[in-house]
Design a protein around this ligand. Structure first.
Ligand code: NAD
Length: 355
């Protein structure tokens, strides 16, 4: 397969970790016989310094022309004093999501056997292993509804609109993801209180009947889901949620694994195009020292292969290689080791081999 990947490394540790993910993707291409091209463009504070804009038009165009986008991280103290609308996090990240139509956010959270001790949960709770995926609706609901403050400042109103079409398209993403996993979707809502949640339930249930009868579907109130995530996280496969519930639950789920340097994410459009990035930021405190953990970015590259390019075996090869490197003890300092960013990246690339 030929694919063009836009690479926007960004600020802080972004260039260091993205370079490792690109090396791993090059190894995948060599092992499996693909032709990947990498279109590297500036974004974030680095782009602001060079062009006066955190998201230059050429960068956005390059992302639009690509089959998928790999992002490092943006932001840092140097650009914190810019006006809000020009700051890297807002101008670059929110504009990219909006302009590229990325309505579905996927955040897998899993425990790796050798890192189980870094989970804040008791050993007996994570003993079975956790491997779940939060599928969050990213462009609707409470965050995108109307936000109003009364003229006297004494009351305020936020609305949570959802249409059947918006619910169907995110439910389809969850069903498709579950099909590549253990075939179970838990739809999280508050249908005992909210009308939008009742619309979610009806719509997701109906869609499962017509398009996804191979998927086991259940429903759970969000308060119960928050509790079950720390009580028996192994129970979950795919968690499907509207924007705010998904925001909160994906942060909670990410903590189960214990290390911010291990967590990838994907933001997808309906046609499978997506932007892939680690969930952590630009870590200015360790930037330039060569000690950042590149695994969240490497695992984001694995998601890119799976969701945007449909290369499941290749994606699995990266995840397996990551597990082997973790087991070998070649770890960056955040995981208790003394390996450098590039040593860990090279170790993963070395262990990627084709079928
Ligand atoms: P952060 O995620 O950058 O760092 C939090 C802590 O985790 C730091 O101690 C850092 O050293 C550590 N850390 C993060 N990633 C790591 C990795 N791969 N390996 C080892 N340690 C790692 O969060 P922050 O400090 O709150 O934010 C720093 C900057 O990043 C800010 O400008 C913030 O706005 C920005 N940010 C960007 C994104 C993004 O680009 N998507 C997300 C969050 C924060």
């Amino acid at each position: 397969m030929k694919a063009k990947i836009a690479v926007i490394a960004g600020d802080g540790i972004g260039p260091e970790i993205v370079a490792q993910a690109v090396e791993v993707l090059k190894k995948v291409a060599a092992e499996f016989g693909h032709g990947f091209t990498f279109d590297e463009r500036p974004v974030g504070g680095a782009a602001y310094d060079a062009t006066g804009d955190c998201l230059p038009a050429e960068t956005l165009d390059a992302c639009r022309r690509a089959d998928a986008v790999l992002l490092g991280a943006v932001g840092g103290p140097k650009w914190d004093s810019l006006p809000a609308a020009q700051r890297p996090e807002r101008r670059a990240l929110l504009t990219l999501r909006r302009e590229l139509g990325l309505f579905a956010n996927l955040r897998p959270a899993r425990t790796w056997p050798t890192l189980r001790g870094s989970s804040p949960l008791k050993d007996e709770i994570v003993a079975e292993g956790v491997d779940l995926l939060v599928v969050r609706e990213l462009t609707g609901g409470l965050y995108f509804g109307e936000h109003v403050r009364a003229a006297d400042g004494q009351s305020a109103l936020d609305t949570m609109p959802y249409s059947v079409a918006e619910i169907e398209r995110i439910a389809r993403v969850a069903f498709a993801a579950a099909r590549k996993r253990r075939g179970r979707v838990t739809c999280v809502d508050k249908a005992n209180v909210l009308e939008t949640s009742r619309l979610w339930r009806e719509t997701v249930q109906r869609l499962q009947g017509t398009e996804a009868s191979d998927i086991a579907l259940d429903f759970m109130y969000v308060d119960n889901a928050a509790m079950q995530l720390v009580r028996s996280p192994s129970h979950f496969d795919v968690l499907l949620a509207e924007n705010m519930f998904g925001d909160i639950l994906s942060d909670e789920a990410s903590q189960i694994t214990g290390s911010i340097g291990m967590l990838p994410s994907a933001s997808l459009r309906e046609d499978g195009f997506g932007l892939y990035e680690p969930i952590h930021g630009s870590a200015p405190d360790i930037a330039g020292r060569g000690v950042a953990n590149p695994l969240a970015t490497i695992l984001s590259a694995a998601l890119l292969l799976r969701h945007s390019l449909g290369l499941e075996a290749e994606s699995a090869a990266i995840e397996r290689a990551t597990g082997e490197v973790l087991a070998s003890g070649e770890l960056t300092p955040d995981l208790g080791g003394s390996a450098t960013t590039s040593q860990v990246g090279a170790a993963v690339a070395k262990k990627v081999y084709g079928g």
